[in-house]
Write a protein that binds this ligand. Sequence first.
Ligand code: AKG
Ligand code: FE2
Length: 439
Amino acid sequence: MSSLEEQLLGLRDCIQNKPPYCSGTLKLPSEDFLLYYGKGDDVRRIDLSTATEESAKHLAESCDSATFGLNNQDVLDESYRKAGKLDRKHFSPAFDLASTGLLGIIETELIERNKESPSIRAELYKLNVYGPGSFFKAHQDTPRSTDMFGSLVVVYPTVHEGGALVLRHGGKEWTFDSSRIIADQKEPRLAYIAFFSDVEHEVLQVQSGYRITITYNLYYNSPQPSDLPVRPLTFESSLKAALQHLLDDPTFLPEGGHLGFCLSHQYPVESDRGAGAKALSEVSGMLKGSDASLASVFTALGLRSRLEFVVEDNEVWIESEEGGSTHMIAYVLFDEYAPDIEETTVESQLFEVLRDIGGKLATRIPPLYPGRNAIEPAVHVHWVVSPSSNTGFKFKTRYLTYGNEALPGMQYTHLCILADVGDSSERRRSWYSRVGARR
Ligand SMILES: O=C(O)CCC(=O)C(=O)O
Ligand SMILES: [Fe+2]
């Protein structure tokens, strides 16, 4: 391994992505465990801190079958989701979420922002009852608008077995076992979990009893909280120190260059300029968790940074002298909107089409045919979290190749933050100005 590779790996080791959720329990005044429910004039009341199996069953039987979103449609498929639901107009919890203080906790623990009043809000969404045999297979929650950043699930203290919520993100997995949390409590409390919308999650099958939940959609209050103070995460200080150490080392990227970090969360950007798609410049104020920490480290070190789309062409064909061919991956950067390529001809390779429509090549391409020249990249990116190792956010877009026949292809687009590193003499000048030394 070259010393540059080792240096980049050292930086990568500093970035431990923090779990994309926060969870806990919440004590309520005893009357706040009441829930009113029913359709039409037939309204019932249940105390969910003392509910019997029979009264929970009545609530379960008053529910409709829960649907889930698939391609912008509500689908009922009990092999994917088996649970009961009540829409907002058919239930009313006695507690008022805004006065419990929970939003402030979510703001500090999940969003990592720290200030007097919460800049997030929660909208009551559904009541769900998971009785024996109920489950909800792996899915992501559909963002209701570009301001929605997550979901909150509140579980009432009714006895149940099974029904753990499993979260997966960036190759890691966590379990929120509400049955265990409730069984371990000395007094009735709500159990809660809040997580970012791009986290895949799944409710395992309930074995017995009733798992009764209320879900909320979580939104940022406008304006976007980008100008609010951010509480440092533990990895911020180690990344900052490691990066500062490299910047002070004249053998690290002596000519300067760009450090690339693929982001780990998903943002409301799309492959076209359709409704709801945001330009990258708008997304920089919405960075979440560890992505926000990266940006704050660069700012603290005085490094310029920016977001880029990185489109992957994973079939760059190179012909050899002997007549055979091999293929490699090339990356092309776009700085406002991800390209939406409808068609290309087989005479051009995808990376060439991407370059022709304004993308910046970020990979050196060896001669495509014997006798041709190599193609130098427009931007030299040294990947700390590379697209090929990216376990975080990427999306797939489709393109069509026209030659003898139209062939649909798929490409991955990643979202990255690039930090500009000046050459060693520039860094030395900024070192002098920082430590106040004089020549
Ligand atoms: O009940 C839970 O823990 C999660 C439910 C869920 O994933 C949903 O309602 O979308
Ligand atoms: Fe969900």
